[in-house]
Design a protein around this ligand. Structure first.
Ligand SMILES: [Fe+2]
Ligand SMILES: [Fe+2]
Length: 220
């Protein structure tokens, strides 16, 4: 009789132990599963943030490039108006034509990707034409100093964008535009931009203005 109680007790303890062990396993699995779910949710959130920031980055990039090319056309048209009989008129016309092609490309992107253009376009028009006219009145060298400063800032701006892009049509096109902007800078330097009166001050002033315009065009 005692032996059968003893055997019964041992078997019961064995079952309780087994169930506790199973319970522990189930708890472990649940914890692991909820940990995995948390991890997946976290990864999904990070991915969404990345998609959003990437998308926002490109919306801003297209908006600012569109504004920059528009501003460049305005500067050249101001210079062209004053320097129409000058020896550098062909260079100015040629550079302006390239800016028009650049502008056309980003104008198409704006429509295609439904990006809002900057509200500052009318401001850039007034300031761009005024800058072109003012530097052209100061003389050919000052006009070229303006071109060198503007093109250097735009070239650097495109260089930075290209570094964020993967291989593809957009990267190829912006790389081509970057090269053309830097060619414009070189043309301006070849035409004595650096010997313009007060070159360093004029160049710093225009570069700061361009960087401010880039900053503002991204935002509004
Ligand atoms: Fe351009
Ligand atoms: Fe240019």
């Amino acid at each position: 009789m005692f032996c059968s109680y003893l055997i019964g007790a041992v078997i019961s303890f064995y079952h309780v132990g087994l169930e506790l062990h199973l319970f522990h396993d189930v708890l472990g699995c649940t914890e692991q599963a909820s940990g995995n779910v948390r991890c997946i949710v976290e990864k999904e959130r990070n991915l969404n943030n990345l998609r959003y920031s990437n998308n926002q980055f490109w919306q801003q990039a297209i908006r600012v490039n569109h504004a920059g090319e528009y501003g460049a056309i305005c500067i050249y048209s101001g210079q062209k108006f004053i320097l129409k009989k000058s020896s550098i008129i062909n260079e100015i016309i040629e550079m302006e034509e390239q800016e028009k092609k650049h502008f056309h490309y980003f104008n198409e992107k704006i429509k295609e990707q439904k990006v809002r253009p900057t509200v500052l376009l009318p401001v850039w028009r007034v300031l761009g034409v005024s800058l072109g006219v003012a530097t052209a009145i100061m003389g050919k060298k000052a006009a070229m100093a303006c071109t060198a400063a503007v093109e250097e800032v735009i070239g650097e701006h495109y260089k930075e964008q290209v570094s964020h892009l993967e291989d593809g049509e957009l990267r190829e096109t912006i790389s081509k535009f970057r090269d053309e902007e830097l060619e414009h800078r070189d043309i301006a330097i070849q035409h004595n931009a650096e010997s313009a009166f007060g070159y360093n001050i004029l160049s710093s002033f225009i570069k700061t203005g361009c960087k401010t315009a880039i900053y503002l065009s991204k935002l509004i």
